[in-house]
Ligand binder design. Structure first.
Ligand code: ARG
Length: 408
């Protein structure tokens, strides 16, 4: 255990308690001369009490200080809420679980660095992933004066080599390091990579999953949940008011019990490679399904079309680590404004891996029964349709007469 004062000053490391960051504490002090302050940030990944053990482990590994930050509500209210309003799905599939947490974590590393007068922060990412980009670009946006160290990327040891390196020095290695998968988790979902998952033809073994039941084991009776929204955010479950964090956590369990939210995809990483990713996001998939449906009911159609076009861009921005940028701020204003009338309730059936909308209502719905109906209550003026169709088709008719050749 290193207790000597480092000549490079203090550094704040994003500490997960896993093998890599545990070894990084020692490496940063031994090789780089830093006094390492470990910072574990709770975004909903941990069991109660777990982060206190993680904090102790950091000290055992040689950190001069270790802090735990409870950022669960902040993650829900300032990050997940944006993802909901914008229906954020990267490549139309991935609810941005890790991408959402990185700017928050970096922001806390920076404020911890300021509090402790540290001139550097560090993350435990490799050089192959998106997370390094998210950490470092966030730091460039918020604290361009800070040095960012990337010990795992710089040092490039294999898993076996770092275990050996740790054993030589008597660094206590976490027990869970035997898992063959690389896992990242928070309130919005769980991600798994590596091991057998790297063969995109192989079906993921059941042991990969933690938050979702296998379809073979899900109940044969559906569950139904009513989600109430205000200004585009879920605020009630079956009529019960809940803060966003509790609502997401509760829904995650209910939807996961029916196998909802498993995603198996080939993903385009920012660093240019394609990777096979397994996600479990029961609450995210359920909330986004309900939210989109309520928008269809309540949002004026020109606005809705523009919003759909911007949603993909917004998700890409988050994925690419550009959370703290002017474009993101401008798009936030658009998204927030678009949500003013997204108010109402959505009934969702959870059954055999699917979250299906089976009903929706709103006091300010733009759906008007008397305009839509084919029965006697019909108030739609059919006579106006005739003139409308004539004018709508006029350019096509002119084109047909003069040119009229569809080609091909
Ligand atoms: N591919 C996903 C992303 O880029 C998940 C990353 C998970 N991170 C991790 N360190 N295991 O958002």
């Amino acid at each position: 255990m290193s207790t000597q004062t480092g000549h490079a000053g203090r550094l704040v490391l994003a500490y997960s308690g896993g093998l890599d960051t545990s070894v990084a504490i020692r490496w940063l002090s031994e090789q780089k001369g830093y006094d390492v302050i470990a910072c574990a940030i709770d975004v909903g990944q941990a069991q109660p009490g777990e982060l206190e053990r993680v904090r102790q482990r950091a000290l055992d590994c040689g950190a001069v200080e270790a802090v735990v930050v409870d950022a669960r509500d902040e993650f829900a209210d300032d990050f997940v809420a944006h993802a909901i309003r914008s229906n954020a799905l990267y490549m139309g599939k991935y609810p941005l679980v890790s991408a959402l947490s990185r700017p928050l974590i970096t922001n806390h590393l920076i404020s911890t660095a300021r509090e402790h007068d540290a001139a550097a922060i560090a993350h435990g990412c490799t050089g192959k992933g998106n997370d390094q980009v998210r950490f470092e670009v966030t730091a460039m946006a918020l604290a361009p004066d800070l040095t960012v160290e990337a010990p795992i990327r710089e040092w490039g040891l294999s898993r076996e080599a770092s275990i050996a390196w740790a054993n030589e020095r008597g660094i206590p290695i976490p027990v869970r390091s035997s898992s063959p998968y690389s896992i990242d988790e928070n309130l919005w979902g769980r991600t798994a990579e590596c091991g057998i998952l790297e063969d995109p033809w192989v079906q993921p073994p059941e042991e990969v999953y933690e938050r979702t039941r296998a379809l073979a084991d899900t109940p044969d009776e559906p569950d139904e949940v009513v989600i109430g929204f205000r200004e585009g955010l879920p605020v009630t479950l079956d009529g019960k008011e809940l803060d966003l964090r509790s609502l997401v956590a509760e829904l995650d369990q209910r939807a996961g019990a029916h196998g909802v939210g498993r995603i198996d995809m080939i993903e385009d990483r920012l660093v240019g490679i394609k990777s096979r990713e397994i996600y479990e996001c029961p609450a995210a998939i359920t909330v986004l399904t309900a939210h989109r449906d309520l928008e269809d009911l309540c949002m004026e159609q020109e606005l809705a079309q523009e919003k759909r076009a911007l949603e993909g861009r917004y998700a890409q921005l988050i994925y690419n680590g550009l959370w703290f940028t002017p474009l993101k701020v401008a798009l936030d204003a658009f998204m927030a404004s678009s949500q003013r009338f997204v108010v109402g309730e959505v009934r969702i059936q959870l059954f055999k891996g699917a979250a299906t909308v089976v009903g929706r209502r709103s006091d300010i719905a733009l759906y008007d029964h008397d305009l839509a109906t084919y029965d006697e209550a019909d108030r739609f003026d059919h006579t106006q349709a005739e003139g409308f169709v004539r004018l709508w088709g006029l350019p096509t008719k002119v084109w047909s007469r003069r040119q009229g050749d569809i080609g091909g």
